[in-house]
Design a protein around this ligand. Structure first.
Ligand SMILES: Cc1cc2nc3c(=O)[nH]c(=O)nc-3n(C[C@H](O)[C@H](O)[C@H](O)COP(=O)(O)OP(=O)(O)OC[C@H]3O[C@@H](n4cnc5c(N)ncnc54)[C@H](O)[C@@H]3O)c2cc1C
Length: 401
């Protein structure tokens, strides 16, 4: 009997989970197509941006399939879908056939057409973004021998807050490595909405606000960014001088869906049925799908697992199960040794929250790897990585003392 060709596009939280689970069943012929060669562990990208080891947030996709040859791993950017021929074509004109198509492409950054942002602002959504930001932070200290007048983070969602929480200590550390005397560092967190973290309870937003303020972060709410030039950011009509603007304030669904005629819901996510099916034999998962908790890694993992189990049920001639959204736990670290944890009515702040966050990372890695490998991956959190020659020299000198 010929195998069912399952083409999974997107090697992120949802796509990788589905591929790993389906690969255990010989009745499927699985291809995992992704435009990047790595799996990005987004929750620790802020940590990599502030001196952590790159390995902590970027894991080669092939490492998940070393002892698993039931998945063909391919690199390429899917650009078009031919529903009649049942194929996906990539930017480099490769054509992939499918019987069942799974789309889990994640979201892209949205600059809302604000002048200058796309060209000038830094991001924290990919390893490339982070390397660019880190190079800039170092180069500025080399060129000016002092920190920027203002470091501006736009967006007080989890990503902006995590970065804001870790940035002061990192910048102080860098100044030390660069031999710059201790000077005041100005970090602004700018948010268009009336409060931090609108999707989380008010008391959590308050606790996080206090923690950020204790770390010296200035928070500006109700402030709308209007444009960026090489030297300043315009916010509510007023300029803020800065060469370091980090944009974390907007995402949009992957353009693949609008470009390929998918039916979208009002919030610009792809409309699906109770099986996460957008069209016959085309399933959409994770950040792309219009589910109640779309936009979180745990949801994407659940979606990947849900779909794999359902495809196996269908193969066994069993009725597929209906999708049940699971409320994820939110964990937001703010600087070392402090995190806020929210699940329903439960709130935990401080060091215990931090320990829970560390355990959550270990469990998340184990979602994809056996415990020994996941443990090694988790330990990479404690590694650091600098490529700047001044820092490397300082670190070398400190070690030989
Ligand atoms: C900085 C940051 C921090 C976050 N922190 C947390 C957190 O702490 N907790 C939490 O629950 N959630 C967090 N999230 C959200 C979480 O990462 C996402 O919800 C999750 O990654 C969604 O999984 P996904 O599989 O839908 O998409 P992704 O994990 O983004 O995977 C999409 C994959 O598709 C690939 N791809 C994209 N376009 C194409 C194409 N055209 N062709 C081929 N491949 C393509 C991408 O390279 C990627 O590998 C964070 C997000 C960001 C940006």
């Amino acid at each position: 009997m010929s195998k069912e060709k399952v083409l999974i596009v997107g090697g992120g939280f949802a796509g990788l989970k589905a591929a790993l689970l389906l690969s255990k069943d010989e009745r499927f012929d699985i291809t995992l197509l992704s435009n990047e060669i790595d799996f990005r562990y987004y929750p620790t990208l802020y940590h990599v941006a502030t001196g952590g080891s790159r390995a902590n947030a970027s894991i080669p996709l092939r490492s998940f399939f070393i002892q698993n040859n039931n998945v063909k791993l391919k690199q390429g950017e899917a650009i078009s879908l031919d529903r009649k021929a049942k194929t996906i074509t990539t930017q480099d004109d490769q054509i992939y056939e499918y019987d069942t198509l799974v789309l889990a492409l994640g979201v892209v950054t949205n600059y809302f057409n604000i002048p200058g942002l796309k060209e000038l602002a830094f991001g924290v959504k990919s390893i490339k973004d982070i390397e660019k930001l880190k190079n800039h932070l170092h180069q500025q200290l080399i060129d000016d021998h002092k920190p920027d007048l203002n470091y501006v983070i736009v967006g007080a969602g989890p990503t902006g807050i995590e970065l804001a929480g870790a940035l002061p200590d990192y910048l102080k550390h860098l100044m030390k490595l660069h031999g710059i005397e201790n000077r005041a560092i100005h970090i602004d967190l700018i948010e268009a909405g009336p409060r931090l973290l609108p999707r989380l309870p008010k008391d959590t937003a308050k606790a996080i606000k206090q923690r950020l303020q204790k770390k010296g972060i200035k928070i500006y709410l109700g402030q709308v960014v209007q444009g960026e030039t090489a030297n300043e950011l315009t916010v509510n009509g007023k300029p803020i001088q800065s060469h370091t603007v980090i944009w974390t304030a907007g995402t949009a669904n992957n353009p693949f869906f609008s470009q390929n005629g998918f039916v979208m819901s009002a919030n610009h996510k792809v409309a699906t049925d109770i099986f996460l099916q957008a069209e016959e034999n085309i399933f959409v998962l994770g950040d792309n799908a219009n589910t109640p908790y779309s936009g979180m890694a745990q949801t994407a993992v659940n979606d990947g697992e849900f779909l794999a189990n359902n495809l196996i049920r269908r193969k066994d001639n069993k009725i597929m199960k209906s999708y049940v959204a699971k409320q994820p736990i939110t964990v937001i670290p703010v600087g070392e040794n402090w995190a806020a944890v929210v699940k329903g009515q439960i709130r935990i702040y401080g060091f215990l929250g931090w320990l829970l966050r560390q355990s959550a990372d270990a469990i998340a890695f184990h979602d994809y790897q056996p415990w020994i490998q996941a443990g090694r991956q988790w330990l990479t959190y404690y590694g650091s990585e600098e490529t700047c020659s001044v820092c490397l020299q300082s670190i070398g000198t400190l070690k030989t003392r």
